[in-house]
Design a protein around this ligand. Structure first.
Ligand SMILES: Nc1ncnc2c1ncn2[C@@H]1O[C@H](COP(=O)(O)OP(=O)(O)OP(=O)(O)O)[C@@H](O)[C@H]1O
Length: 264
């Protein structure tokens, strides 16, 4: 069993509800993300929020990103700070990039927003571009890139801004198997780049999400309930399913997928 402790609370959703008029969408959402500490290992957090289509994932994503306010309840980060737009690096499903700027220009712009790399913006852009194999794409405009390259550029853009939270909307959808592997490795690399870095993945791809996460939250709703809520939290570290290569063939992994499908 991997040795680890969950330390201070990095993000806390407290009784979050969201309604549109009389239509409740999210109801009493409660969960926390804590800092994982492993002796001798630099380790960030990778959390997945899973749920079936139409359950409210996008709405919760928008609340977490601070793009929308809950009808009641609160989402706080780093102690007691109410989350606001800009607090989290947000990687949207369609990888928004400035179409009129080259990738290099967009990445420099992101780097200039991060005081921690002031004076070293060029080196930082070049490093991430090399690490994620898009050096050749730097002089190109977004429309000249493949979907996978756009996605990597978009992730680097958020990384350069230096936010401790990165929020991903369906990062695995529409990718072929080879690119999917690259993206998974990239996310894992990002998650260990800083102990306090937290990746939150909102997805309906159960298998890939479970394969790279340490914790899974399942959003669900029973008939008659006023909105979707967190039905289950699965600690994948406790089950010895986190940070493992070739986990997908293990029985415990397959059983966990079945358990999640039954909860959705
Ligand atoms: N502006 C709005 N007004 C009223 N209802 C809305 C509004 N936006 C979203 N909804 C409702 O909120 C619910 C959840 O939608 P949401 O897009 O979050 O689902 P989802 O889990 O992301 O689905 P998918 O996986 O299919 O994208 C749906 O019933 C949707 O109709």
């Amino acid at each position: 069993m991997t040795e680890y402790t969950r330390k201070q609370q990095l993000l806390h959703a407290d009784n979050v509800c969201l309604s549109y008029g009389h239509k409740p969408v999210l109801h009493n959402i409660n969960f926390s993300i804590r800092n994982i500490v492993r002796p001798g290992v630099q380790q960030g957090q990778v959390v997945s929020l899973l749920g079936r289509s139409g359950i409210g994932k996008t709405q919760l994503f928008r609340l977490l990103a601070g793009l929308q306010q809950p009808t009641s309840g609160s989402i706080t980060i780093n102690g007691n700070k109410q989350v606001q737009a800009g607090d989290m690096g947000v990687v949207f499903q369609h990888y928004y990039l400035f179409e009129w700027k080259t990738i290099q220009q967009s990445l420099y712009m992101a780097a200039h927003q991060n005081p921690a790399i002031k004076g070293n913006e060029k080196a930082a852009v070049e490093k991430w571009a090399a690490d994620f194999d898009i050096t050749e794409a730097l002089p190109c405009y977004p429309h000249q890139l493949s979907g996978g390259q756009r996605q990597r550029a978009s992730i680097i853009q958020q990384l350069l801004k230096g936010s401790s939270f990165l929020l991903f909307d369906e990062p695995f959808s529409g990718l072929d198997v080879c690119v999917l592997d690259k993206v998974v490795n990239m996310l894992l690399q990002v998650s260990v780049s800083d102990e306090l870095k937290t990746l939150i993945i909102v997805s309906h791809d159960i298998e890939t999400s479970v394969a790279i996460s340490d914790t899974v939250f399942i959003l669900g709703k029973e008939p008659g309930e006023p909105g979707a809520t967190i039905k289950k939290e699965i600690d994948l570290i406790e089950r010895d399913l986190a940070w493992q290569k070739d986990i997908r063939r293990q029985k415990a992994f397959i059983d966990t997928l079945e358990e999640i499908k039954a909860t959705l």
